[in-house]
Design a binder for this molecule. Sequence first.
Ligand code: HEC
Ligand code: HEC
Length: 233
Amino acid sequence: MKKGLLAGLIGLTLAGSAMAGHGEKPHAEHWTNATLTEKLAAMPEGNIANGQALHVQMMCNSCHGEQGESPSRNYASLNGQTKEYTMKMLLDYRDSRRWEDYKQANIMVKLARVMSDQDIADVAAFYAEQDMKAWDVDYTKDARIERLVAKGNANIMLTPCASCHGVHGEGNGITPAIAGQVPEYFVRTMKAYQEGHRNNDVHKGMSQFTHDLSDEDIKALANYYAQLPGGEK
Ligand code: HEC
Ligand code: HEC
């Protein structure tokens, strides 16, 4: 990527992100299992050192922190994320599949559009190498929430979160790590699935699972996962 172009773009984007909305969503083909598997298999091997350099050059660190550990409660944490999930998200932003139309979420679409497949693979490899960190949140052991995580809830057709996201919230392939995620972002994105603003998941799984969760449960789940790394397992 050309340096001048990048500086101009970041300037524009930072100015633009103060405005609400990034306009009409362009048409984007939804993934099928087959097209997603094929695309991820065709992605180049990521280079961790190049990923770290890009993370700084493209100013990803200004929002997501030096190691991808978001310093502010506004931005998603990327440290310890699976490579496949990070790549899928950046491809989804680039191709307008992921399109939450509010404030700083806009910047992700603009930045991803100037990233090559190699750039995407590189930053994904860098984030996957970083340790997860716990947040200091208000969480006291809550048996009901931990049952929801481990056992799900047949009454609302909720499959256990742990069956996909792992018993320590560590994620696996395209299923993201959610342990140590910023709780405010966790709540926002769960609400976006529930309300249909975020609909880039392959089989609309998360849209279904969030359908009957109360705001209170979502908040408790966010706090549970936020304190998980290194906490009570
Ligand atoms: C101005 C702040 C800002 C900058 C700069 C920025 N991001 Fe983001 N990023 C965000 C926000 C905010 C979100 C979450 C959007 C939402 O709430 O839906 C996000 C989401 C993401 C996600 C998805 C996280 C998830 O858990 O689904 C990835 C991956 C990501 N950013 C990577 C990057 C990379 C790589 C760069 C640099 C090329 C970058 N970001 C630069 C603010 C920023
Ligand atoms: C059947 C498997 C499955 C189950 C069960 C499941 N998830 Fe997910 N979850 C996924 C997948 C796959 C994604 C990524 C979707 C995409 O590509 O956007 C995801 C995404 C998420 C995200 C967004 C992460 C981010 O960084 O943006 C959160 C938060 C989340 N899940 C929380 C939960 C919670 C809490 C539960 C239990 C109440 C749960 N999930 C149950 C598979 C699952």
